[in-house]
Design a protein around this ligand. Sequence first.
Ligand SMILES: [Zn+2]
Length: 369
Amino acid sequence: MDKHACRACRGSGGYLVLDLGEQPACDYFPRCGDPGPDPVYPLQMWLCSSCGLAQLLADPTVPEEPRGAEPAALVAQAADAVERVSAAGWLPDQGVVTEYGSPHGGSWLELVTARGLLTSAPGGQADVIIDCFGLMHAADQHQALAERTARIAPGGVLLLQYHALSTIIGGGQWNALRHGHYAYYSTTALTAMLAAAGFSPRTAWQFDLYGGTVLLAATRAGDGPEGPDDAVRSLLAHDARVGVRDPDRFAGLQRDVDAHAKALHDWLAAQRSAGCRVLGYGAASRAVALLCQARADRGLLPAVVDASPAKQGLRMPGTDIPVADPGRLAADKPDAVVLFVPDLLAEVREAFPEVEAAGGRWVDAQALH
Ligand SMILES: [Zn+2]
């Protein structure tokens, strides 16, 4: 393999901090009739020793995701975020906005244009650029950030939202690592990336989404008299305590892989031995990595229910477990439903009261280890 160059600073020094071995592409769901085996690819996280960006080492896969259902938690968080940004005075009453969205959905554009901002011409300048989980999908992080910052009009602001690396490390969220997601940002690393583009973080907001999500407001370094505010400084201090630049602090994450997979496998086996009916919920990338590591099959988990019509008739990559439609929850009357996306808990309890009405319970897959 050629020596890896950092996706942001091009530095070649760094550490392999998380290795999930050979994994199927988490966004290619084969048809149920496809017996496999599915092609597998190395899935590894690398930490740049120069700029501190945690990143996907290599990605030979081609993005091909059946469109997922947009979680209500994501929609609610977008409204909350726009409200808080506006209340803090970071959304002008008029001007031009553009968005670099995520292929998984979650646009803020309607929320912002409803407040009077106009959308920019394609490739044109904007007073506000919103990037909500978009930047992580760019293989070339330096180029992608440069493209965004170049479009910011004088006095404009870049709003960047990301699942915080400190959350991933602190919460044992090893299965956040997936093909197609090239960067895992700490506020520390993002500050360095922004500095290289002539930008500085000014303020930040935190959200519970995915266990800990950050929205950072950055401007050109010369714009505005002040540096980072207390909110940014507090995130940087938290990063330092967690050790987001210290490869040794990722060791726990690597240990969590086996512990988490074994806990899920043992729990599923115990449920089967006890004669309990179990289903999964949420055919997300996190579920793919976890089920593969746990060597789960349909003997242990008969189906993963998902609300997305695009995933029906397909199976979980790397396993023989089919994706089922939500009607299966009423039909099977499961004793337990393993939830692979904890943010969905409130939403699924409300949408599928039949689970608990029949005596079943929702079980957080993340909490099994
Ligand atoms: Zn770097």
